[in-house]
Design a protein around this ligand. Structure first.
Ligand code: NOJ
Ligand code: NOJ
Ligand code: CA
Length: 662
């Protein structure tokens, strides 16, 4: 890959720091900011121990029909241990594995008498406290030890482990609702190996809501009633725990805590978060003492963000951004259209996540969605563009196993509704006797190599892991942003990322952000091509041109000079505006646009009208003259009257300057 070469020609700023970190240690995670995650559906990853495989009807090797995908396929924890080099080769810092508890083997018969073996994914739980016998082994203690061995081996390899936890429900055992709720008796109709109820003490009818299924057709728009409905009904039949029942809640919390205490796993992905209140999950997060991110299968930022923050979870799976990525990168829709789910629309709502925005978990697909490549009509370039996007934009990227093999849904077709069959193929395809017919652990694919490069880039640039994201350009097919460290050791470090989602080349003359410390004359180099450079003009602009369905990721060439820039927050009081007008600042230095209203910085935000807030990074010690202006979309400008304001930038990380519109 060219990336290595480019990085090594850049001044060796970060290599020393990387060498200093022992690769054989994993620090306890305060949060997941900066991680890069590989998502593993254990049953479909790698069969490292055939002796633990389910037997008889519950098991199938083949993946020829849709139905084949609903049976167990033999993957296990030993298989992950054996494939750690494959995962590590892509530079991931963490894996997220599917649920660890012992699963419901056979579902209850449906109205046609059909009994599905639903358990392979682990979301239907039989015994929350027992380690999955098909992923470990039949012996309860040895099975637990195998899971711990997986966690220990990952840690020795510098990889964190995220457990998928399922507090909301067990399997689907209870029949009937209300006072009629009951467990079935074991009848002839049920397959051998069926369990009629979960393991004690979870076989207590009063621990469950027993109100019937969630009606997703009336879920939107969200309001108090729909939230109550989500919290108290069954998700597709799965028996819904009543968290108002203290014993039930304690048992579920203790069970989950037990897995973290025993294995030392690092974080939790919380299943079906929208079916539990943010407060309950927050309590769980505090109780188990590891960072969590939840799953709200929902495209509404306002709703998802209720689960993020100090009284909720550290982060959430970013379903709204996922939908924007599919729309914009797979289907080439308008990045800038705020009437649809687009990048622009979603990022404009980032403030709702507050300081946790870099803990949002980003993805291009997962085990419940069509493979991105299928959505993109098999166009690998589009998929690679989307992958580069999630490894450079804010948040924690997660990539579903197999993406690196350039393979979409196994039948090449989009699945409508929840995708839970052809998208979940095994990393080895087998015939009915278990002979391998195709192996998808190929480390030579261009996407495997690309992911390795992207993760290397993330490890080099703190700005890509923790930096603030700021929009630089948004138009129908060209979107660009900066990631910048505004504080800390790498203050001023900045990466500029530009994406084209059309087939034609897209170009823009972009202004460097006001908050940036990149000065005129600075040379930026594309990390994927050392010969591709752009120079920042005197008025702090760069010309960026990106070929169809691709991207450019620019870093500063040469040594990054520790800057003496101060992040100044300007407040302009009493700036009353007409409809359509916004407030900007313009002044006598490049950072303030050299008195050119077109280059003025802003628009300001207006949390407390008529006071406007505008941020700029300015050099410590300099004296600047400036004025506030009011500008509308057509560029009409109203200047402040009177003399210029003058301000001397003090030393320090941040400063404030307040003026009153004159
Ligand atoms: C969401 C999971 O991702 C999905 O696969 C599962 O079936 C449901 N939650 C129920 O646990
Ligand atoms: C032009 C503006 O019209 C004026 O208000 C401002 O004071 C000067 N630039 C800067 O000296
Ligand atoms: Ca196995």
């Amino acid at each position: 890959m060219k990336l290595k070469k480019v990085l090594s020609t850049l001044a060796g700023i970060c290599f020393a720091a990387i060498m200093a970190i022992s690769p054989y240690q994993v620090q306890a995670a305060e949060n997941l900011e900066g991680e890069s995650v590989y998502q593993i559906m254990v049953d479909r990853f790698y069969d490292g121990d055939p002796s633990n495989n389910a037997t008889g009807e519950a098991f199938r090797y083949t993946e020829n029909s849709e139905e084949d995908f609903r049976y167990m396929h033999g993957g296990d924890w030993e298989g992950i241990i054996q494939k750690i080099p494959y995962i590590k080769g892509m530079g991931y810092t963490a894996i997220w594995i599917s649920p660890v508890s012992d699963p419901q083997l056979w579902g209850v018969p449906d109205s046609a008498g059909k009994q599905w073996p639903t358990a392979y994914h682990g979301y239907n739980v039989y015994d929350p406290d027992r380690a999955n016998r098909y992923f470990g082994c039949e012996d309860e203690q040895a099975s637990k030890e195998k899971l711990k061995e997986l966690v220990d081996t990952c840690h020795e390899n510098g990889i964190k482990v995220i457990l998928d936890v399922v507090p909301n429900h067990v399997g689907d055992y209870l029949q009937g609702t209300g006072s009629d709720a009951h467990y079935l008796t074991l009848t002839e109709a049920m397959k051998a190996g069926s369990q009629v109820e979960p393991v004690a003490p979870y076989n207590n009818v009063s621990w469950y809501h027993n109100l019937g299924d969630i009606d997703f057709s009336i879920e939107h728009p969200h309001c108090a009633e729909t939230t109550a409905m989500l919290e108290s009904h069954d998700l597709g039949g799965l028996d819904d725990i009543d968290f108002d029942n203290p014993q039930a809640k304690q048992a579920v919390f203790d069970s989950i805590k037990g897995w973290f205490d025993y294995t030392g796993a690092d974080a939790a992905r919380v299943d079906a978060a929208k079916c539990m209140s943010p407060q309950v999950i927050h309590e769980l997060q505090e109780y188990i003492g590891v960072p969590t991110f939840g799953e709200n299968f929902d495209m509404c930022v306002d709703f998802v963000s209720d689960w993020v923050g100090d009284d909720a979870e550290d982060g959430m799976l970013d379903f709204p951004l996922f939908q924007a990525i599919v729309n914009d990168f797979a289907y080439g829709q308008n990045f800038d259209n705020i009437d649809e789910i687009s990048l622009k629309k979603i990022f404009d709502q980032d403030t709702l996540y507050g300081d946790n925005v870099n803990q949002m978990v980003t993805f291009i697909d997962n085990h419940d969605r069509n493979r991105f490549l299928t959505e993109a009509g098999g166009d690998v370039k589009k998929m690679q563009n989307a992958l580069t996007f999630i490894h450079t934009c804010r948040g924690v990227p997660v990539v579903f196993q197999g993406t690196e093999q350039n393979r979409g849904n196994a039948n090449g077709q989009n699945i409508s509704g929840i995708a839970d069959t052809y998208n979940r193929w095994c990393m080895q395809t087998k015939d009915a006797d278990g002979n391998v017919t195709a192996d998808y652990f190929n480390t030579d694919t261009d996407t495997y190599q690309l992911i390795a490069s992207l993760n290397e880039l993330r490890s080099e640039y703190q700005a890509l892991r923790e930096g603030t994201q700021r929009e630089m350009w948004s138009s129908p097919h060209f979107y660009a942003f900066s990631r910048r460290m505004d504080a800390g050791e790498n203050k001023g470090q900045e990466v500029i990322c530009a994406f084209n989602n059309s087939t034609d080349t897209q170009s823009a003359n972009m202004q460097i952000r006001a908050e940036s410390s990149i000065t005129p004359g600075t040379v930026l180099v594309n990390v994927f091509d050392e010969n591709d450079t752009v120079t920042v003009s005197a008025d702090r602009r760069v010309n960026v041109s990106v070929a169809g369905n691709s991207n450019k990721i620019y870093v500063v060439k040469g040594e990054i000079v520790p800057t003496e820039y101060v992040y100044v927050t300007f407040t302009v009081n009493n700036a009353t505006t007409e409809w359509g007008q916004n407030v900007y600042l313009v002044g006598d230095c490049a950072e303030l646009g050299n008195w050119d209203p077109e280059l003025a910085i802003g628009p300001g935000t207006c949390p407390d009208y008529p006071s406007w807030v505008i941020n700029a990074a300015l050099k410590a010690g300099t004296e600047v003259e400036f004025k506030a202006i009011k500008k509308d979309a057509s560029g009409n400008v109203v200047w402040e009257s009177g003399t210029n304001h003058s301000y001397t930038v003090p030393d320090g990380e941040t400063a404030d300057c307040t003026i009153s519109w004159q």
